[in-house]
Design a protein around this ligand. Structure first.
Ligand SMILES: [Zn+2]
Length: 108
């Protein structure tokens, strides 16, 4: 698919990895309502890619992950969302029970 592999620099590879991870997370979020196991697999693959390339989560991607078990958080399926004090959402992970505080920002 990609031509001229030898000339592809690591930076390019990283950019591609970020794209792949973002796509995987989008897929995971879309898959979650029908198949949570598959969604988790997609999300953990995305996470592995990002760790390998030392990529930080985008704000938009990070809100789908639990800080405790690093798993996919999906409100209504394996997570509960409450409004906390101040501008916070309290997202309780159904997998490990961790309460993730998510700041409500314009980026969300
Ligand atoms: Zn968790």
């Amino acid at each position: 698919m990609s031509a001229g592999g030898r000339s592809v620099k690591r930076r390019e590879a990283k950019k591609e990895a970020v794209q792949t991870a973002a796509t995987l997370i989008e897929m995971a979020v879309a898959t979650a309502p029908s198949d949570m196991d598959l969604a988790k697999a997609q999300a953990s693959l995305a996470r592995r890619i990002m760790l390998k390339f030392n990529v930080r989560y985008d704000w938009s991607l990070r809100r789908f992950f639990c800080h405790g078990c690093k798993g996919l958080l999906y409100p209504g399926i394996n997570a509960r969302v409450r409004l906390g004090p101040g501008r916070f959402l309290l997202v309780t992970c159904g997998e490990c029970g961790r309460v993730n505080r998510k700041k409500i920002t314009k980026h969300a």
